[in-house]
Design a protein around this ligand. Structure first.
Ligand code: HEM
Ligand SMILES: *[C@@H]1O[C@H](CO)[C@@H](O)[C@H](O)[C@H]1NC(C)=O
Ligand SMILES: *[C@@H]1O[C@H](CO)[C@@H](O)[C@H](O)[C@H]1NC(C)=O
Ligand SMILES: *[C@@H]1O[C@H](CO)[C@@H](O)[C@H](O)[C@H]1NC(C)=O
Ligand SMILES: *[C@@H]1O[C@H](CO)[C@@H](O)[C@H](O)[C@H]1NC(C)=O
Length: 496
């Protein structure tokens, strides 16, 4: 009798347990969004493909819906893939979603979050962001720096003219990457790191970006941090931090030395002047200036370069649009040899072409990951504090409910439309939205407008012999920004 009872208990206990857990998960705490099943400890980490993560997550959203979850090691993450949920995260719950995940490399290289990009959401961030928005990213400052953009774009046009006169192929990736890096170095640091044989700077900067994009196991599975040590990542990080720090310090020393003033005021001059004036609500230290410089270099260089490469790629793939945009520019600009920034603002079709390119080939397809600071509810799901939040703008920009013929390159859609990139329309968010929205939008458009208007005004573009517009591929390289993998090589023909 007794043994039968034990047997029955033994048999029913697991069933009871099962019911108990079922009860807990379905009735007690509200559910967490669904997602692909992962392995113990590593979760979904090994299933993710870093070179096309945005596409992989887009596919997953078709299966699991516009709000789904991932298990990244011991960390939970959610992925947002529709304009509606994006609005809930970046507008209705912006305040609860304003943190950034603290990742080892990004923290180290940003002086433990003394920058804007990787700083926690706190008083320091609000102050430094206010200072930068007022003094660095303002439209007044952006137009003060126009002469730098002009002289570098002129130089580029000359270089391409010399290719054109000898029918030499121009590698637009190379030209545009070098142009935007020179422009941003002159704007921020007051120097052209091209001509001085400073290969070193480019090597350092590339390594800095590579480290920020590298997956450190300790960020997701803290007790396995030794794996990173074995891979030599800590040593690489330490070395790059020291080298970058030395470089920034040299830049600051050069600017402090009063015998060495250059004519143009650059952004380091502005920051040092603010520091000296002591009129700010907080102290600007050398480290905060260095961290802000890092943000400007990392935030501006690649984004501008890849966007201009993608615009030219899209135009060469769509000869109809190329013809139309060139007609607009040429008919409205008279016979000037060079288009200045005041001229280029009146080209609505060119603006539409740039926006359409940012829709289909935005530089940061997953924006910059955020983290929740406290728990909140979304669509009946509970998102706990410290959940990593990816907003898949790549998927949102292709949402068939928000966009007609979403996969097609049709700049006309922006012509009579009020949709723009300033973070009010959640179907189009290449610069993010909410409190953390990119403060460099003005500066980005100022550069893109003048670069592209002059490229399209001065030259006609053709593909090298034997190549058709359908042959141009759109493969990308893995990394923080979506670089075109195979260089765009084209023939320029002088217009005038
Ligand atoms: C086509 C060009 C650009 C694109 C597509 C772009 C995109 C972005 C995105 C998606 C974010 C994150 C927003 C979020 O978390 O919601 C961001 C942040 C940022 N961007 Fe840009 N950006 C561009 C150009 C620039 C330029 C030219 C600069 C500087 C001169 C810049 C400086 C920054 C900074 C400092 C942040 C951090 C803001 C913060 O977290 O408070 N960006 N950008
Ligand atoms: C133009 O050519 C010069 C000399 O070859 C080079 O230093 C410069 O970086 C080039 N500029 C661009 C934008 O390609
Ligand atoms: C900051 O940089 C300035 C200029 O090079 C230098 O004189 C000063 O000692 C530095 N301050 C600190 C705290 O390192
Ligand atoms: C002044 O700047 C030039 C380059 O702009 C540099 O070669 C020189 O070493 C600087 N002098 C000092 C004292 O920093
Ligand atoms: C935009 O509006 C103008 C006049 O309001 C009209 O002439 C034009 O055809 C419209 N373009 C598109 C693409 O709808």
């Amino acid at each position: 009798m007794f043994s039968t009872l034990v047997l029955i208990l033994c048999l029913t206990f697991p069933v009871f347990l099962l019911f108990f857990f079922q009860y807990r998960t379905t009735f007690k705490s509200p559910p967490f969004p669904p997602g692909p099943r992962g392995l113990p400890i590593v979760g979904n980490l090994l299933q993710l493909d870093s070179s096309s993560l945005h596409i992989q997550l887009w596919q997953l959203s078709k299966k699991y819906g516009p709000l789904f979850s991932l298990q990244l090691g011991l960390r939970q993450a959610i992925v947002v893939s529709s304009p509606k949920v994006a609005q809930e995260v970046m507008k209705d719950h912006d305040l609860e979603c304003c943190e950034r995940p603290k990742l080892l490399a990004q923290q180290k290289l940003s002086y433990n979050g003394l920058d804007m990009l990787f700083s926690p959401y706190n008083r320091y961030w609000r102050e430094i962001r206010k200072i930068c928005v007022m003094h660095i990213f303002s439209s007044k400052r952006v137009s003060c720096l126009s002469s730098i953009r002009h002289s570098e774009v002129k130089q580029m046009i000359q270089n391409i003219s010399s290719h054109a006169s000898t029918s030499e192929v121009t590698n637009l990736n190379q030209v545009l990457v070098s142009l935007s890096s020179t422009v941003i170095c002159r704007i921020a640091l007051g120097r052209r790191y091209e001509e001085e044989g400073t290969e070193m700077f480019h090597r350092l900067f590339k390594e800095c970006e590579a480290l920020m994009g590298t997956l450190f196991v300790s960020d997701y599975i803290p007790f396995m941090g030794w794996v990173d040590k074995l891979r030599g990542l800590h040593a690489r990080l330490e070395r790059n931090f020291k080298d970058m720090d030395k470089f920034y310090q040299e830049v600051i020393d050069e600017h402090t030395d009063s015998d060495n003033k250059t004519a143009e005021e650059d952004l380091v001059d502005v920051l040092l002047q603010l520091k000296k004036d002591n009129s700010l609500s907080m102290d600007l230290t050398n480290d905060s200036i260095k961290a802000v410089l890092m943000n400007i270099l990392v935030g501006a260089t690649d984004t501008t370069a890849v966007t201009s490469v993608w615009v030219m790629t899209s135009l060469l793939k769509h000869p109809r649009v190329m013809k139309k945009v060139q007609e607009e520019i040429r008919s409205l600009s008279g016979k000037k040899p060079f288009l200045e920034e005041d001229d280029v603002q009146k080209f609505p079709y060119l603006q539409a072409v740039i926006k359409e390119t940012l829709r289909l080939h935005l530089p940061a397809p997953l924006l910059v990951p955020r983290e929740s600071s406290k728990k909140y509810m979304i669509d009946g799901y509970e998102i706990p504090a410290k959940t990593i939040i990816y907003v898949n703008a790549w998927a949102i920009h292709r949402d068939p409910e928000a966009w007609e013929d979403a996969e097609e390159f049709k700049p006309e859609r922006f012509l009579n439309s009020t949709i723009d990139h300033r973070g009010q329309d959640f179907c189009f968010i290449p610069f993010g939205a909410g409190r953390k929205i990119c403060p460099g939008m003005h500066m980005a458009f100022a550069a893109l407008d003048v670069i592209l208007a002059n490229l399209l005004y001065s030259f006609d573009w053709a593909l090298p012999d034997g190549m058709k517009s359908e042959d141009i591929d759109t493969e990308v390289l893995p990394g923080l920004t979506m670089h075109k993998k195979n260089p765009l090589c084209v023939l320029a023909k002088c217009q005038m």
